[in-house]
Write a protein that binds this ligand. Sequence first.
Ligand code: PA5
Length: 453
Amino acid sequence: MLRLNTTNAFEFFKEEYVEEHANTAVGALIHILEEKPGFIRILGDRKLLESVRSHEEWLRCFDTMVVVGIGGSGLGNIAIRESLRPFNWNRLNRNMREGWLKLYVLDNVDPEGIAAVLDEIDFKSTLFNVISKSGGTTETIANYLVVRGMLETYGLDPRKHLIFTTDPEMGLLRSIAHSEGIRALEIPPDVGGRFSVLTAVGMLTALALGLNPEAFHEGGLSMLETCSFHDWKKNPAIQIALSHYLHYLEGRNISVMMAYSSRLLSLVDWYRQLWAESLGKRHARDGEEVRVGQTPVKALGVLDQHSQLQLYNEGPDDKVVTFLRLKRFSREIRIPHVHEEIESIDYLKSHKLSTLLNTELLGTLVSLVENHRPVLLLDFDELDERHLGMFFVLYELATALTGELLNINAYDQPGVERGKQVTKALMGKDRMEEERKRIKSKLEKYGLWEDTL
Ligand code: PA5
C-alpha cells in the first residue's frame, strides 16, 4: 500500500475553508475523470502492454539497453531502474541479473557523461532505445546520431541494434523507422512526455530489467480507483492537490519532496519535472496573465538534514514538505556492539540502520511541525512495480488536479520553446540567420558573445 498522511498540512486552515475548496477540488476531479486524459486512458491497455511484451524474446538477445531520451522520455526510466534494481545492477554479471539487461540512460549532452557510458558498453550486445514523443528533440537526436555513428563505425547493422519509441505517425524518428525498417513502439498522441512513464516509454525499460509491466498498470489502476472517491478525506490525489494549492495561496511557493531512501530519490526527480513543467504557467486558461507555480525542490534524508534543514526550519515560511518513507528495505544492516566502553553511543547499538533512518525522518518531521511548517508523509509499504505504478498515477492525478485548481493548462510547456529556438539559431540551423544576428547583439550586450558560436 501507499499511505498518505496530510493531517498536519490541513491543520493550518479552518475546516469550513478547507471544505469549501475541497468541493471545488472534487468537482475538478470528476471533470478530469470524465475527460479521461491519455495518462488515465492507457492504464491496463492490453494493446500497449502486448506491444511491449512482444519484444521480450528479442530483448533477451542483448546484454545492455541504452535509453536515449530526455525529460519525460528519460526520467521515468531512471526512476524505474534506481528504485527497483540495486545500485550496482550494471556491475552484476548476467547470471546475477538472471539474463536481464543492464540499463543506461543517455539524456544530457555532456560529452564526459556520454563518453563514460559509451566506453563501458559493448556495442555488439547493446540495444539502443531512442525515445522521443516529438521525434525531434535536439539533445535526443544529437545523442542518437552519436550512437548511430558508432554503430556504423563498428560495422553493426543499425536495424539490429535500434528501437524507436515515438509518436505513431509524426516526427523524424517515425519517418526514419518507416524508411529504414527500424523497430518502433508507440507513444499515444494524447499522452504528454512527463505523463508517459506507464506507456512503452517506461514499460520497455521495465521489461528489459526483468520487471513486470502489467504489475505497474495494476498498481496504477488501483490508485485510480482510490482516487475516484468523492470523499476528499479518502482521496490522496485531492489531498495532495488541495493541501499544496491552499498553502500556495498562503505564499508557500516551494514544494520540497524529501526522500528518506536513496532508492526513492529518483522518484523525486520525476516528480520535479511533472510539478514544475505542468504547473509553472504564465497564463490562465482564459488568457489572463497569472504567473503561477510552485517550485519543486529535491531533498534526501538524512543528508539534507545536514545541509537544507536549517533553512526549512528557520528560513522563510514558503515551503510545504512531503516526506517519502520506505517501510521495508530490501537490505538491512544492524549496528554492531563495538566500543562497549563508550556510553554516549549506547543508544545506537543493535539498532538497524533503517530504524535510524526512519527515526531521523520523524525527528525532522517533528522539528518542522514545531516550527509551524506544513508537512505531508507518503509511506511506501514496499518498493515494487505495483507501488511505483501507484506513485506515478497518484502524482499525475494530483498534478492534473492542481492544474485545474490553478485554472491553467497542465499539459503544455510553452515556456521552454524560446531556449530551444535560440540554441538552434546559434548552432547554425538553416533559415535562422536573422534570428542569430538578433541573439548575437543581445549576447554582446552582456559580454557573452564568443566567435566560436
Ligand atoms: O513533458 C514533456 O513534454 C517534455 O518534458 C518532454 O518529455 C521532453 O521535452 C522530451 O520531449 P520528447 O519526448 O518529444 O523528446
